[in-house]
Design a protein around this ligand. Structure first.
Ligand code: GDG
Length: 502
């Protein structure tokens, strides 16, 4: 079986990946199935030392036959590549927040240099038979850098965050370079069909990409496939009924609404708090009967936009608790730290409503985890933003507009009064989708499509030779027919076979 090389910004020790949640769990599971190498940043920041190169790759054996290859970032790299271009330009733009994007801060050159450095370090570890799977917006240019260094292996890229509408993407000053870098991959995997449509439109607008008859995209000399592979969870790890006493007891006399979101401006937390406040105002009979527990672990605290959102939430929860709270009832439990992973299942299961209302989200795994944790005989109700990728699949959740506070307040009421029969019907349909698209199906389908796309590439026309390029340049200056004929002859000599429709 061919080795899988997974590259992501952050690498977690496989034994700890299950605790980290999110996609780290899926990657760890993949490596249990087949041999692999996981390459990326080890989370450490070393002091800059202009005189020498940053320390190199460390390889550690891990579970099964797998290995981790990690390297640190220098403090300049961490500032410009990670906090800067990745999280203060690409993250806000891809989440439709052009207002927060720091285009003029000069982060881009170092973003490129880190990708070049990663490419050099990775290339030395590659074997000819490896399949390379690169993850997320931090590493968009990595594939092109590897190709430039002569790497021929199948290479796929998966974007975990949403693709914005083309007009928004085009606002990034470096959009052409990013588009060009994307075309170096054999396959780009995205969360939703809407993301696929946005990316194709962007490639058309930015670099005049074309859709071929076989559905692939052609831009520059490259052909690539762009498809959606909605990321999933391992439902069994949430459905398994715990034999221990539940960690999270229901709150005496009150039903719990649960939110679990990294503290990020894309997660729509202020709107969620306002909607809960509006619910208490509009339906006073529910006061004392409901609490909103919001777990919001901090992330990227040194990025200014994240400090702002934290202050906003502290003010809002204080205001709502002050306005509606009683000596023996606090309406919002706002927890500004991470909950241990082994408690999440019980917390989800003991909550009558799962409240997940991001303004924009690639997928939103938490909603899937919430559903999978429910008691099949008496399940709770998920309320889900229409702007989370998960809404394309979880159509039996209560789908809401996260900008519409009134609608969200009413959805809480609808969920609270929903009859058990309807809750069970919705849960059953949701679970069948979650099971059919679990994390194992996600990685297996991406990798199978990548191998097929890479085979297509090897059957394609041989890349243009230098003399063919010269002929094409002459095309602009000389009469068409003779040059076109010559070009055709050269293409045949180079072993190329033009595919219909290309
Ligand atoms: C990105 C995209 C996409 C959260 N709080 C705690 C905790 N978590 C775990 C959850 C879940 C994961 O982290 C979060 O995943 P999400 O999908 O909800 O969101 P992002 O972190 O923004 O992830 C997203 C995802 O990538 C995968 O492609 O769906 O759209 O933004 O597993 O359970 N885990 C623990 N304590 C917490 O307090 N232990």
């Amino acid at each position: 079986m061919r080795r899988i090389v997974v590259v992501s910004n952050r690498v977690t020790e496989l034994r700890k990946a299950a605790q980290a949640g999110g996609v780290a769990v899926a990657i760890a599971d993949l490596f249990r199935e087949r041999p692999g190498l996981w390459f990326g940043w080890n989370g450490k920041i070393v002091d800059d030392n202009d005189a020498s190169e940053p320390p190199g790759v460390k390889i550690a054996k891990s579970v099964g036959g797998s290995a981790l290859a990690t390297l640190p970032l220098t403090s300049d790299e961490h500032r410009d590549y990670y906090l800067g271009y990745s999280n203060s330009v690409l993250w806000p733009v891809f989440h439709n927040r052009l207002d927060l994007a720091r285009f003029d801060a000069g982060f881009y050159p170092r973003y490129m240099r880190v990708n070049e450095r990663f490419a050099r370090a990775l290339q030395a570890l590659l074997k000819p038979d490896d399949i390379i799977w690169i993850h997320d917006y931090h590493l968009i240019p990595l594939g092109a850098e590897l190709r430039r260094a002569g790497v021929k292996n199948p290479m796929g890229f998966y974007l975990h965050i949403p693709v914005p509408p083309s007009q928004t993407f085009l606002a990034v000053p470096e959009h052409r370079a990013l588009a060009r870098a994307l075309t170096a991959y054999d396959l780009i995997g995205l969360q939703t069909q809407a993301d696929v449509a946005n990316l194709i439109q962007f490639l058309e607008d930015s670099v005049a990409g074309r859709i071929l008859q076989d559905g692939r995209i052609s831009a520059f000399d490259h052909r690539l496939a762009v498809e959606s592979f909605p990321v999933g969870i391992d439902p069994d790890s949430f459905t398994r009924v715990s034999t221990e006493k539940p960690h999270a007891q229901p709150i005496a006399g009150a039903q719990r609404i649960i939110g679990v979101d990294r503290l990020d401006y894309s997660k729509g937390l202020p709107q969620k708090f306002r909607a809960f406040g509006r619910f208490l105002e509009k339906y006073p009979e529910y006061r004392r009967n409901v609490v909103l527990s919001q777990i919001a672990p901090p992330t990227r605290e040194s990025v200014e936009a994240y400090t702002d959102i934290r202050k906003q939430l502290e003010a809002l929860s204080g205001k709502i608790n002050g306005m509606f709270g009683e000596l023996d009832w606090v309406p919002i439990h706002y927890i500004y730290r991470s909950a241990p992973r082994d408690r999440l299942r019980d917390i989800y299961r003991s909550s009558r409503i799962g409240f997940f209302t991001p303004l924009r989200d690639g997928m939103n795994l938490v909603c899937k985890e919430y559903v999978a944790s429910q008691d099949p005989d008496d399940p709770g109700v998920p309320i889900l933003s229409r702007f989370a990728g998960a809404a394309e699949q979880l159509v039996d959740a209560l789908i809401v507009n996260p900008y519409n506070v009134e609608e969200m307040a009413d959805a809480i009421k609808t969920a609270l009064v929903m009859e058990k029969d309807e809750r069970i019907e919705r849960y059953t349909r949701l679970m069948s989708v979650i099971r059919a698209h679990d994390s194992a199906a996600w990685s297996a389908s991406f990798l199978a499509t990548l191998e097929a796309a890479a085979k297509e590439r090897s059957r394609d026309v041989a890349p243009l030779t230098t003399s063919m390029r010269a002929s094409m340049a002459r095309l602009a200056r000389t009469p068409l027919a003779p040059v076109a004929l010559k070009l055709g002859k050269e293409a045949r000599k180079a072993g190329g076979q033009t595919r219909a429709g290309n």
